[in-house]
Design a protein around this ligand. Structure first.
Ligand code: SF4
Ligand code: SF4
Length: 393
């Protein structure tokens, strides 16, 4: 239920002061809301404005203005504010386009954390936290089913060269991609370990939802009993939590980062089917704000394989989020699917859409069930089905 909070010093969260510089430098230009700039490949910014609620208060600028008003002592309807800030995917595009370097996406993330701490998490976010506490995954699925994706694989018992942590999205929603990632790593000579039933969620979905205390507990559990000095994570959203947890203990790479290194070192040969029209899916991970940012080297890897995507790189930094990230799909699933549908491409334009992030891959496939689209594959699935992989000759 919504409730207006009477103004007063005790009602102004201390965290809001961190962004005072942003509040008073904002030029109200609205670039972060709906900028377009054809020569830069910029065609709108905020997926929430485009596909959920076309109102400024549901955008990065809206979050900044709300935080400023709260900081200055205005009465805030915290329930109504929560409805708005949890409909943000955290894609960071608003922040990436701000011409004076302000932080509307980080302000949104801070508001989510404040609202969770003050008991205003929307019901789907409360359900997410309960699912994590009860089942250890954001989907409220049986913890025992975490191992199902790997039934046909063999892992290294000893002398492992790396630990693979698929992440919840790959393990449950894109299991074919998790399997293919392991097969590609093994083809490169890696001895891949996996924790099986002891594998754990990294806490990434909790962090995105502002449940930072729960996320910190999940991260702390990751490195208990860790015996390898290299970890490869399947999900891009898993990397920040793993990196925080494993600092000083192990190097953490995403599958894409690992593959980029392996290809650069000449440890894997990939021969591509001639004439294949590949659409490279440009994700948001590399422009998310602050510690949430993760490299997505999909285009570099395709180039090393001799593939020129049919969609050129112009504007790749400005692709509007597909809605897979953050709490968007939990609080407004239909809107999140519209975001994904807007990113699909027709079969006449490409033979396959290749996606570097398993979470985006699963979400796009969901949207493709009701929209004509080229098939959607994760990067490793693509490599294992459309190329020949082997040791260099
Ligand atoms: S982070 Fe993305 S979804 Fe959230 S307000 Fe900014 S542009 Fe919109
Ligand atoms: S946050 Fe930046 S882009 Fe958004 S309105 Fe203010 S100055 Fe413009």
């Amino acid at each position: 239920m919504s409730s207006a909070t009477a103004p007063g010093a005790d009602d102004i969260p201390a965290q809001l002061a961190e962004f005072a510089r942003d509040y008073y430098h904002c030029a109200d230009c609205s670039y972060c809301v709906d900028a377009t700039w054809a020569e830069r490949g910029l065609d709108h910014v905020c997926p929430t404005i485009m596909h959920h609620r076309p109102v400024v208060s549901w955008s990065g600028r809206g979050y900044l203005l709300a935080a400023r008003a709260w900081f200055e002592g205005a009465a805030i309807d915290e329930g109504a504010l929560a409805e708005r800030v949890f409909a943000c995917t955290g894609c960071g595009h608003c922040e990436a386009v701000c011409p004076i370097g302000l932080r509307p996406a980080q302000i949104g993330a801070s508001l989510r954390a404040v609202l969770v701490a003050r008991g205003h998490a929307p019901e789907p976010v409360a359900a997410l936290r309960a699912a994590m506490r009860t089942h250890g995954n954001p989907y409220a699925l049986s913890a025992a089913s975490r191992v199902d994706w790997a039934a046909a694989l063999a892992f290294a018992d000893d002398e492992a060269t790396l630990l693979y942590a698929p992440g919840c999205a790959a393990a449950w929603r894109a299991p074919g991609e998790a399997v293919a990632q392991v097969r590609v790593m093994q083809a490169a000579g890696e001895r891949v370990a996996w924790r099986g039933a002891a594998d754990r969620c990294c806490g990434g979905p909790l962090r995105e939802a502002g449940c930072n205390d729960d996320a910190a507990q999940a991260e702390a559990a990751l490195v208990r009993g860790l015996t390898t000095t290299r970890v490869v994570v399947g999900g891009l959203e898993c990397a920040p939590g793993w990196r925080r947890a494993a600092t000083g203990r192990a190097g953490v790479h995403t599958f894409g980062e690992w593959l980029r290194e392996i290809l650069a070192a000449g440890r894997l040969r990939i021969d591509v089917t001639a004439g294949l029209r590949v659409h490279a899916f440009d994700g948001c991970a590399a422009r998310r704000p602050d510690e949430a940012r993760v490299d997505d080297p999909l285009r570099e890897i395709l180039a090393r394989c001799g593939i020129t995507p049919v969609n050129d790189a112009h504007g790749s930094a400005h692709a509007v989020c597909c809605g897979a990230a953050g709490t968007m799909s939990a609080v407004a699933g239909e809107s999140a699917l519209r975001m994904a549908a807007a990113r699909l491409v027709a079969p006449a334009q490409a033979d396959v859409i290749v996606v570097g992030d398993p979470r985006c891959r699963a979400h796009l496939e969901d949207a493709a069930r009701s929209a004509p689209s080229a098939p959607v594959l994760g990067l490793a699935e693509f490599l294992t089905t459309h190329t020949r992989i082997g040791a260099p000759t």
